[in-house]
Write a protein that binds this ligand. Sequence first.
Ligand code: MN
Length: 488
Amino acid sequence: MQELFQKLNYLDKDELKLVKKCFNFANFAHLRQKRFSGEPYINHSLRVVKSLADLKMDSSTVCAALLHDVPEDTSKTLEDIRREFGREIANLVDGVTKLGKVRIKKAWFIFGPVKKEEFSEFERQIETLRKMFLAMSKDVRIILIKLYDRFDNMQTLNYVPKEKQKRIAEETLKIFAPLAYRLGIGELKGQLEDLAFPYVYPEEYQDLKKEAIPAYQARDKHLEKVKRNVAKHLAKEDIKFDIHGRSKHLYSLYKKLQKPKYSGDLGRIYDLVALRIIVDTIEQCYRVLGILHKLYTPIPGEVDDYIALPKPNGYQSLHTTLFCENGKIVEFQIRTLKMHEHAEKGVAAHWQYSEDKKSVKVPKNKLVWLKELNKFQKNLKDPRLLSEELQLDFFTDHIFVFTPSGDVKDLPLGATAVDFAYAVHTEIGHRCVGAKANGKIIPLDKPLESGQVIEILTSKNSRPKQDWLSFVKSSQARSSIRHFFKNT
Ligand code: MN
């Protein structure tokens, strides 16, 4: 606790008081609960808070992180939280609880790995889940809490019952890591993937580890020498710099080795360990590149200017691969401190810079934060780099709901149970007489909400109603209903 409050010293006195109150509330609510590891439950919430404190998140985020598992796992309700701590914190906690229900369908895991012929359907569903995740996050702070919640859960995954491990790890790999990437938090993405890797691909993980660890160590040793030499030359040039090594994440190495260009050959991966040089200005980045190219010979085709042409998630750096002493090949990454913070903290760093306050001012309105995120990602001179999957605008006018068996349906905003019924099957639409959302009967013309599980009640002799046309939103439902009346 002491240590945590030290980390939170960027908050003011009143905010710290509120955080303390939240801690006492959460601690009491979880009092007799233990994690699978046997440790007190609250330790988990505290670790989530610590990660968020490193990003200097505001007090509401910190409080919501302390309380994030309270409504789901204890006798205290969301209403209790609203009464004690107000609407803003309660809404954040509610959002995190709801996101907890976005899950990969169980059926995919019952029969082991997904079969080849089902693979594209699996990928499509996963992509829809990612969109659903973003569409349900009315506030980006909810995603950040959820990401660091998952980060801690992954670090303690070995205590979780075996049958759950694989699903949790697969979700981490397929949903959480890509989201961290989209938010620009590259470091977290790498960590999440590495934590999931041994559970999702146990054999591949063991094989790669056996092969790669000695290679990492060998390169590390060699790198020291290069580092000293480069530092000596940069010192002469009157540039303030920091130089350090970074090891490639194991899962990212695994993915790279699968590309045809490398065909599994570790010897052809030059960035196993890279040297990172951090300077103050963009001009200095290019100067350092020039100095390095004078010092060592660059490998043709291995120079990337991600400063002039940032990656789609906003990543910026200069990359170059050089023949160093004794013909050893080393990758260098040159960037400003600001670019470095972007790579480590993503959107959070972006907001930190945009305000001159101590804690991060996060845009609270969903449309605003999606736009901010888009701007962050579109910081590009080459529009071709903006892949479709990064275009977030479109699902502000979509909703995502589940079928009772866990499939995700993607519908236009305002869509009703009738739209859903037609999305499942035309006959289900025609025979629809009622609907349930999360187990409760709802009117057929009521707009659905992202994350709901929708069940359609049908009757064999029922027919579509003319007035459905006045409220359906999807073109599929509209045309099916029209078609039915034209033919009768
Ligand atoms: Mn949790």
